[in-house]
Design a protein around this ligand. Structure first.
Ligand code: 5AD
Ligand code: SF4
Length: 438
């Protein structure tokens, strides 16, 4: 049997795309290989959001070249955002690559790998007119009780630092009926938690006569789901009906990932985020007032062109003011073709490095304070498996999306009450409690 291996970079959308790629290759009759070395078809599902994933990919492709030299029958396929961004150059940069495909052209992958998984037509496919949802493709899910569901593709925002709109194209919403029937079948297969995925979930539906609040309510009405998550919302489109739906829908988790990017209104404007610091903070206040126990997480960038020390300090103070439960922190990385990449006042690497260190420190302190407040409480945990750090413990996540390592006997996929006894900036530790009698 011919075997495939998929290496995934980047965001949850990419991880989900990889589940479709795997499902598709399995339908063609290929089995999964445990490593790149043992695979006949090597797929790299790439990311290009910052320079780092580009560099990591180059190292992986170095290995792929050696494997290809050893066995020229091997198929090397590069998909995802880097492939799309470099579609003109990819075969010059990496002549041993057989297939390149953009994130919108996964459904076409079968055409190259060939029916039965044999023979490859060397070529590339981009994200142009042919973009299609992969929703009808087979799906290879990593976990039986958790699933991602794509609700839209592309992005209509014009954030000046971001390459995503260029590689994933304009926003197109998936029809509500298609989304709901996918969620229904997942729920009937035993899925307890779904995460709705879109580049900007809050702008969902304008092109298909629906909206995100309506979609949340419809998904919540599906029998058998315990948890609904979504990522990512854009603060500019986060309006009252969605907040109300979050508060009223039982399965929708008390967590919002709300990318702030910068705490300075001037920088936000240069980023073209279209909200000010004040407006963001008002949204946070409204969310907190409506949804008790809400966890807030965010994305932050330091060293955007022109960012002054005082403006960077505003990001630090915003972290304190909001009190994030966690944050992804990034050093600004110029991406070719974006507006910000050609701005004159790029910040020196040294300054960026200092800023990110200070930011991480504040983020960790605030997150630890937030987590410590939870000690002594009992939280519902969805068990995911064995702890990564201590095999004697189980691991799971709370509704607020915090990882908990705990002593207990529950099986993966179960929801159990856990008493929280210890907290760090990133994880909680506790002990399983007997379920409260109804
Ligand atoms: N440089 C650094 N971080 C970036 N992000 C997006 N583009 C860039 C860039 N050019 C970050 C943003 C976004 C997250 C997914 O990645 O914070 O929310
Ligand atoms: Fe995801 Fe953006 Fe990376 Fe593409 S470039 S994989 S959309 S994070």
């Amino acid at each position: 049997m011919r075997r495939y291996h998929v290496t995934t970079f980047g965001c949850q959308m990419n991880a989900h795309d990889s589940e479709r790629i795997k499902g598709l290759l399995e339908e063609l009759g290929l089995g999964e290989a445990p490593s790149q070395d043992e695979a006949d078809v090597l797929v790299f599902n790439t990311c290009t959001i910052r320079e780092k994933p580009d560099t990591r990919l180059a190292a992986h492709l170095g290995n792929a070249r050696v494997l290809k030299e050893r066995d020229p029958e091997r198929v090397i396929a590069v998909g995802g955002c880097y492939a799309e961004a470099q579609r003109e150059r990819i075969f010059d940069l990496y002549p041993f690559v057989d297939v390149a495909f953009g994130p919108g052209s996964i459904p076409h992958l079968a055409d190259w790998v060939g029916a039965g998984g044999e023979g490859v037509a060397r070529g590339s496919f981009g994200t142009g007119e042919e973009r299609a949802f992969a929703g009808r493709l087979p799906l290879h899910r990593e976990r039986r009780f958790q699933a991602w569901v794509q609700i839209s593709m592309g992005c209509n925002s014009v954030c000046s630092y971001c390459i995503v709109p260029a590689v994933r194209g304009r926003e197109v919403s998936r029809r509500p009926g298609e989304i709901l029937s996918e969620v229904e079948s997942l729920a009937s297969e035993g899925v307890r938690e779904v995460t709705l995925l879109g580049q900007n979930v809050n702008s969902y539906g304008r092109d298909v006569g629906s909206d995100f609040a309506e979609l949340l309510r419809a998904v919540d009405a599906i029998e058998g789901l315990d948890r609904i998550r979504f990522t990512s919302p854009h603060p500019k489109d986060f309006r009252a009906p969605v907040i109300a739906a979050m508060a009223e829908c039982e399965a929708v988790c008390e967590h919002a990932h709300l990318p702030l990017q910068s705490g300075s209104t001037r920088v936000l404007k240069a980023m073209r985020r279209t909200y000010s610091r004040d407006r963001y903070l008002r949204l946070v206040a409204e969310l907190r007032a409506t949804i008790p126990g809400l966890a807030l997480t965010t994305d932050l960038i330091v060293g955007f062109p022109g960012e002054t020390d005082a403006e960077f300090e505003e990001t630090l103070s915003a972290v304190e003011e909001v009190g994030y439960d966690s944050a992804f922190t990034f050093v600004y990385s110029p991406r070719a073709g974006t507006e910000a990449a050609s701005m004159a006042d790029q910040v020196a690497d040294e300054v960026k490095r200092e800023r990110i260190e200070r930011l991480v420190e504040v983020v960790q302190r605030v997150a630890e304070e937030r987590n410590r407040e939870r000690i002594g409480g009992v939280e519902e945990v969805l068990v995911e498996g064995v702890s990564r750090t201590d095999p004697a413990l189980l691991r799971g996540r709370t509704r607020r999306n915090t990882t908990v390592n705990f002593a207990g006997t529950a099986a993966p996929g179960e929801l159990v009450p856990v008493e929280i006894q210890h907290a760090t900036s990133t994880t909680l530790r506790g002990v399983e409690r007997a379920p409260v009698a109804a």
